[in-house]
Design a protein around this ligand. Sequence first.
Ligand SMILES: Cc1ncc(COP(=O)(O)O)c(C=O)c1O
Length: 354
Amino acid sequence: MTPIDLRSDTVTKPTAEMREVIARAEVGDDVFGEDPTVNALQDKVARMLGKEAALFVSSGTMGNQLAIRCHTEPGDEVICEENSHSFNYEGGGPASLSNVQLRPLPGLRGVITEAQIQAAVRPPDDHFPRTSLVIVENTHNRASGAIFPLAELQRISAYTRSHGLKLHMDGARLWNAHIATGIPLHEYGALVDSVTVCLSKGLGAPVGSVVAGTRDFISKAHRFRKMWGGGMRQVGLLAAAGIYAIDHHLQRLQEDHRRARRLGETFARFEGVAVDMEATQTNIMIADVAKAGLKAPDLVVKMKESGVLCIAFSPTRLRMVTHLQLSDADIDRTIEVIEEVLLASGLHPKYGDN
Ligand SMILES: Cc1ncc(COP(=O)(O)O)c(C=O)c1O
């Protein structure tokens, strides 16, 4: 039997309809700027985000790293949140590709505040690195898919703009924040200097991300993308999947959000299991079994034996991510497996057996 795969929203495979669109895509040499489908995708995403221009890139990591490279000079300091993707999961790219250092700040549910940023910005003194960029992550992967609150983002944006700093949003899952809150994408876009969005996560495209910003920023990013080997040729095949994904898979993200909450509520019913339901606002659910004295990797193995795949995010934290290729029946079955595994591990439901 095919396992129910909740390891990530990146595990989806192109649907039959998406494959048809890929097969029919008009293409050209994108290094010459001649791929009409890539151009259409870039224009579409730039418009949605309210930015002047956008660039199709191979991955979210490439989008974020290009933004860091374009907004900084070697020796600069970049403020970010300590659990952010750019700090933890991009292979030390900022040090290697941009020669900058990161200044991670402790966040609450992935959120750093304007006050924290203000306190961390370096005064102009040649002893210090120059603070030039702030990165925020929306939604936040390690913080259970929590949404960055608009009011805090507005405060940060006003501060960075009035102090000559750039603000980049790692919006790998900004689509989820938009669907969960109803806040238009361009309202988020208006507050930041650049933003990366991924097509290959909740939207279900096989490959690709888009980074957006001013025309000047994108022309700089275009040059570094080429330098880093990311100039691709008839890549309209992939851009077509991205356009299809935006047109057909955006609104349905609310189903993913509803399902992730059901998973969180199931874990939270057990003694010793902590789920931050306030943070579980989108398609990521993290359960912490530290108080139950259990180990997340052991639970992952037991769930796998019952046909449910998830990942250990730390020795005590287990992550499940909902996506396009799961059904309500898959979630029902996953809930049964969670209950079986936790009961077999000696945990008790908080409110009796029913
Ligand atoms: C918040 C966030 N940003 C960026 C990325 C990087 O995306 P990619 O895997 O396409 O490089 C991820 C990937 O999971 C992510 O969760």
